[in-house]
Write a protein that binds this ligand. Sequence first.
Ligand SMILES: Nc1ncnc2c1ncn2[C@@H]1O[C@H](COP(=O)(O)OP(=O)(O)OP(=O)(O)O)[C@@H](O)[C@H]1O
Length: 250
Amino acid sequence: MTTLLSLNNICVSFDQRMVLDHVSLELNRGQITTLIGPNGAGKSTLIKVILGLIPADSGNITRASKLRIGYVPQKISVDESFPLSVERFLKLARHYSRKRLNKVISQLSIEGLLQRQLVRLSGGEMQRVLLARALLGEPQLLVLDEPVQGVDISGQIELYQLISDIAQQIDCAVLLVSHDLHLVMAGTDHVICLNHHVCCHGEPESVAQHPEFARLFAQNERQQLAVYTHHHVCDEHDHHHHQASSQENV
Ligand SMILES: Nc1ncnc2c1ncn2[C@@H]1O[C@H](COP(=O)(O)OP(=O)(O)OP(=O)(O)O)[C@@H](O)[C@H]1O
């Protein structure tokens, strides 16, 4: 198992309020990690630290040499009056080849969207386009911040499946952020439950049983979770049998 990025005791405070409190984690090639936590738990802040957009107040970050990270933001804002087709938007990416562009377009089945205006896309279409853009640079680590926002429930299942399929195809590490619990558990290897500190982590089923998790999330959400079980279907997939744990080292 190759560790692509590790955080060790990361702390971040805003206005003397600690938003990330000694957070440690590892992201490994071929593994899908889901970060869950309530609103304001520090998930987006953690993503920004991982992307190098904000510095940590203390702690260490180790990245694999020349690590290529693809990022799918929660959303992007484009002015309604700004004429920008999907094709032009994709071509704004800095490093890509024509061959790579064509491959990604076909992987995500967005051929039919290329001439459409970016601002007119539905939530699900937009997420596919943002995912395509993130994949253009052949990332070794794909980071997605709540990728299913604005997507209906069947679209969410489809999108999670697509992310999981692509991760297997390109053998990258995935870090997926969500505060939606019901669907993310299905395709993930490792769950980290964050509420400023790492409350618990491990395989989805064991995290779902953890008292810290139970305390953070309402009963009805946990019941919905029970409907979806871990179902990776790739024989070669390396399942890591972590037990849910409250330790800070993930
Ligand atoms: N640049 C900033 N300056 C001051 N406070 C900030 C800043 N960025 C985030 N915060 C605060 O830090 C806390 C964590 O925010 P963050 O966006 O990381 O949470 P989150 O878990 O992603 O939340 P959500 O699920 O609602 O998106 C919030 O209280 C937020 O207001």
